[in-house]
Design a protein around this ligand. Sequence first.
Ligand SMILES: Cc1cc2nc3c(=O)[nH]c(=O)nc-3n(C[C@H](O)[C@H](O)[C@H](O)COP(=O)(O)OP(=O)(O)OC[C@H]3O[C@@H](n4cnc5c(N)ncnc54)[C@H](O)[C@@H]3O)c2cc1C
Ligand SMILES: *[C@@H]1O[C@H](CO)[C@@H](O)[C@H](O)[C@H]1NC(C)=O
Ligand SMILES: *[C@@H]1O[C@H](CO)[C@@H](O)[C@H](O)[C@H]1NC(C)=O
Ligand SMILES: *[C@@H]1O[C@H](CO)[C@@H](O)[C@H](O)[C@H]1NC(C)=O
Ligand SMILES: *[C@@H]1O[C@H](CO)[C@@H](O)[C@H](O)[C@H]1NC(C)=O
Ligand SMILES: *[C@@H]1O[C@H](CO)[C@@H](O)[C@H](O)[C@H]1NC(C)=O
Length: 505
Amino acid sequence: MVSPLSLSFFTFFLFLFLSHPQAQAQSQSQSDPQSPTNDPPTICIIGSGIGGSSVAHFLRLYSSSSNSNPFSIHIFERNGVVGGRMATVNVSGHTFEAGASILHPKNYHAVNYTELLGLKNKDPSSDSFSLGIWDGQKFVFKTLSFSSNIPFVDKIVSLANSLLMFLRYGFSLLKMQTFVESTVNNFLKYYERFESRPVFETVDEMLKWAGLYNLTTRTLQEELIDVGLSPLLIKELVTVITRINYGQSASISGLAGAVSLAGSGGGLWAIEGGNWQMAAGLINSSDAALHLHEEIDSVSYLGEYYELNSTKGNSYKCEVAVVATPLAELNIQFTPPISIPKRKLQHTHATFVRGLLNPGYFGLDAVSEIPKLVATLEDPDLPFTSISVLKKHDEKDFTYKIFSREPMADILLDSFFSVRQETIRIDWGAYPHYNAPEEFAPFILDDRNLYYVNAFENAASTMETSAVAAENIARLILSRFFSQVLLISSNLGSNSDGEILHVDL
Ligand SMILES: Cc1cc2nc3c(=O)[nH]c(=O)nc-3n(C[C@H](O)[C@H](O)[C@H](O)COP(=O)(O)OP(=O)(O)OC[C@H]3O[C@@H](n4cnc5c(N)ncnc54)[C@H](O)[C@@H]3O)c2cc1C
Ligand SMILES: *[C@@H]1O[C@H](CO)[C@@H](O)[C@H](O)[C@H]1NC(C)=O
Ligand SMILES: *[C@@H]1O[C@H](CO)[C@@H](O)[C@H](O)[C@H]1NC(C)=O
Ligand SMILES: *[C@@H]1O[C@H](CO)[C@@H](O)[C@H](O)[C@H]1NC(C)=O
Ligand SMILES: *[C@@H]1O[C@H](CO)[C@@H](O)[C@H](O)[C@H]1NC(C)=O
Ligand SMILES: *[C@@H]1O[C@H](CO)[C@@H](O)[C@H](O)[C@H]1NC(C)=O
């Protein structure tokens, strides 16, 4: 662990480093692999989602005291667009979030990005909201249609306060809220100032410091039984929420579960035009070279630098390499090999339909009686996880979003839609398949300068948790790599003081 003072030291040393005449920027093509310290070092980031773009942002933010670039940043993205799991879908000319859709009011990095990048919060929808919990035969619980000015998921809490909910679930609802609030409060420690917040070398250490680690060792269900929630609340509302947010049952870890429950609370928000714009803006403002359609398939450590090769046959040299995507389903060849715990991703199939649901499927007489959010219990026979109304165009014309664990076949869709004008299917390798106790991959994959942002995703997967992990990785890079480089440059006769540099190592 690095001492709290280290960052101010590093800024100072970066300044010294920059004053070294040989450290002026040179183009990549002129670089001599034998003496990489002659160039500003290159930091390569694999993945342009919120994780990769946040690493670039915080690297610049925390080394901005100088007026020239102490390092260059390259971001590689296999797709033709940035944002990763933040993406929009165009359904007959209307744009909707296809992946990560909602932010929590205490997602402070996202709040800051929005302001920094001049993005706008989406206007709350004025459509009415209602929730129905479907067991395959009937709605075991159904709220009355509810009109308000807040986006639909918001309402789960307003509804939780409603009499109907209270009648069914009783005081357990309050216990659930206390559990979520205390977890969120622990998480807020990650926004503390450097003086009180160390740089973490492992996920375990990072979670333990905030008092969150124990929640990853047991299932949500076990945690909630311990805090006194009724089995009915866990089986119904809690499971409905973990299924919608993580596609999994209440047997996910307590921490992923708490994050998921927090994501059904009040004050939720999103960015007008799409959350992916956070990644686009951060990449632009951090002066990173973006390589779209460039899929990295090997990372080799060659002594002084990493060589990243792409499927197109391009090769890049970088002193620091950052993996900002889950490794679970990737075939990146690492030399020397790395060792991380085996993980599986949970796939969520998001199906977007412009059309009209068939009320008969739900045993109802009219479309207007179908809840705006139809959620389901954990039952392998149920063909979908949730169906929600994204937009009501008119009484007989809606856009819906369906989540399911398996692809939605046409024949199945036809069983509950009476009209289907347009159907778009997306198969997301959505988030980790959570298991308690969780075992975490290292942030530092090779004891040198190969970093893994998404090691933290096995604690919980959200846009904000990726940003929080990325901020820590940026600090790790600045503390570990730049002190090293400075040692090298001081050996080469720069005016920086090697003695003082050792203080931070
Ligand atoms: C359906 C769904 C709903 C969700 N809802 C929410 C929500 O409401 N709120 C919330 O906060 N979170 C939500 N999440 C989770 C959230 O999307 C993720 O936690 C977060 O976006 C992860 O960001 P990331 O940058 O870590 O990874 P990613 O966004 O996955 O970015 C990784 C990037 O790396 C690229 N890549 C992968 N391999 C390579 C390679 N070899 N070479 C080059 N590039 C590569 C990928 O194309 C991708 O762009 C949801 C996720 C899904 C799927
Ligand atoms: C959506 O797609 C249609 C074609 O299907 C296209 O005409 C339209 O411009 C697209 N709209 C947006 C906002 O991308
Ligand atoms: C957000 O920005 C403000 C103002 O620059 C800063 O004081 C605050 O620490 C930032 N929050 C986080 C979480 O970084
Ligand atoms: C976590 O669990 C360990 C072992 O059961 C216990 O000693 C410790 O106090 C717990 N920590 C927190 C923050 O609850
Ligand atoms: C990119 O950043 C520059 C300032 O760094 C800003 O002027 C410009 O508007 C940004 N472009 C986009 C597309 O965000
Ligand atoms: C990467 O590409 C370089 C240059 O083409 C090649 O020499 C090297 O063998 C490649 N590395 C791997 C692991 O394929």
